[in-house]
Design a protein around this ligand. Structure first.
Ligand code: SF4
Ligand code: SF4
Length: 282
C-alpha cells in the first residue's frame, strides 16, 4: 500500500493533499460542497446514506449509472455553483468509512480493484490526474502544516482549496514570528496544532459571511465565481481599507457597521497572537 510519503513524491509541489489519513481527505473538486445545504450534519448524512446504498449495488455498468442518476434526481437543484457539478459517487471510504473519497475508485470497498471512475461525469483519466491550484500555489510548509494539524475531512476540505487565504494568513503569521513555520512546530509544541486548527475552522465558522453566501470555494481557472471585494462603505472614512483586507475578502465578509469590522480584525489579530505565543519558545 502506498504511504503518504510515496504519494508526496508524485504530487505536484511535493505535498499530497487529497487523501491524508483515516479521517482527513478532500472531495472539493468532485463537487462535495456544491450542494444546497453543506452543513457538517447534512453532508455527513448525505454521504452515509449514499455509501450504504452503493455497498449493495451490483458492480455492473447499468446499476452504477442508475445509482448516480437516482442520487442526482433526488437532489435539489439549488447548488451554490449551478455551472459546477456535484458527483453522486463521492462518499465515505477507508477504514470504518470516516473520510470522503470516490466510491468508484478501484480500492473502494466492493470494487475488487476495478476502476469504475470511467462511469463518472469527468471520466477516469480526469479524476486520476486532476490537481487543484493549492498543489502549486500554496507554499510547501503551509501545505504540510495544515495537513498535519487537520483532524477531520469537513473543515480540511473547506480550507485546503483556499490558496489565497492560506498564503495571506500564514505569511502574516511568519512575518510576526520572523521565521518559517511548519509541521516541525507541531512536533515541538503540540498546542501549536490547536492554534492551526483554529485557523482551519475559521473558514467554516466565520461569523461575518452573509447567510446568503456559501462557505464553499470555487477555485477553478475560469473564475466563474470570484470572491467579492470587501465593502467598507459603512465605515467612518471612505478611504478605509483593513490591514487584513485579503484575509477578510477570502473568508467572505460583509460588514454592516464599523464595529463589525473592528470585531473581525480583532479575531484575526487574536489568532495571529496565538501563533506568536505558541511558537515563542520552540
Ligand atoms: S480539491 Fe484539491 S485537494 Fe481536494 S480532492 Fe481535489 S485535487 Fe485533491
Ligand atoms: S468519479 Fe471522479 S468526480 Fe466522482 S467522486 Fe470519483 S473521483 Fe470524484
Amino acid at each position: 500500500m502506498l504511504t503518504l510519503e510515496d504519494m508526496d513524491k508524485t504530487a505536484p509541489g511535493g505535498v499530497y493533499l487529497c487523501q491524508v489519513n483515516d479521517n482527513v481527505s478532500c472531495g472539493a473538486c468532485c463537487g462535495l460542497y456544491n450542494v444546497a445545504d453543506l452543513s457538517r450534519e447534512k453532508l455527513n448524512q448525505m454521504l452515509s446514506d449514499r455509501t450504504d446504498t452503493f455497498l449493495n449495488i451490483a458492480r455492473e455498468i447499468d446499476a452504477i449509472v442508475e445509482f448516480g442518476e437516482n442520487i442526482l434526481a433526488a437532489q435539489t437543484k439549488t447548488r451554490p455553483y449551478p455551472e459546477f457539478y456535484h458527483c453522486p459517487y463521492i462518499g465515505f471510504i477507508g477504514k470504518n468509512g470516516k473520510r470522503v473519497g470516490c466510491l468508484l475508485h478501484p480500492a473502494a470497498e466492493g470494487n475488487k480493484n476495478v476502476d469504475y471512475r470511467g462511469l463518472g461525469y469527468y471520466g477516469s483519466m480526469t479524476c486520476n490526474i486532476y490537481f487543484c491550484p493549492s498543489y502549486t500555489n500554496v507554499s510547501d510548509n503551509f501545505k504540510r502544516l495544515i495537513r498535519d494539524a487537520s483532524q477531520d475531512w469537513y473543515s480540511y476540505g473547506l480550507l485546503i482549496t483556499e490558496s489565497v487565504l492560506i498564503n495571506a494568513f500564514l505569511t502574516e503569521a511568519e512575518k510576526r514570528i520572523q521565521r518559517k513555520i511548519d509541521e516541525e512546530n507541531i512536533r515541538l509544541n503540540p498546542d501549536f496544532a490547536g492554534v492551526v486548527r483554529e485557523f482551519i475552522n475559521l473558514k467554516a465558522s466565520w461569523p461575518f459571511r452573509p447567510a446568503s453566501d456559501t462557505p464553499a470555494n470555487y477555485f477553478f481557472k475560469d473564475k466563474l465565481y470570484a470572491k467579492k471585494d470587501n465593502d467598507y462603505s459603512k465605515t467612518r472614512s471612505s478611504s478605509f481599507t483593513s490591514r487584513f483586507d485579503t484575509i477578510l475578502k477570502e473568508l467572505g465578509s460583509s460588514f454592516q457597521t464599523d464595529e463589525e469590522i473592528k470585531q473581525a480584525e480583532a479575531m484575526i489579530e487574536s489568532l495571529l497572537k496565538k501563533f506568536q505565543e505558541s511558537t515563542a519558545n520552540v
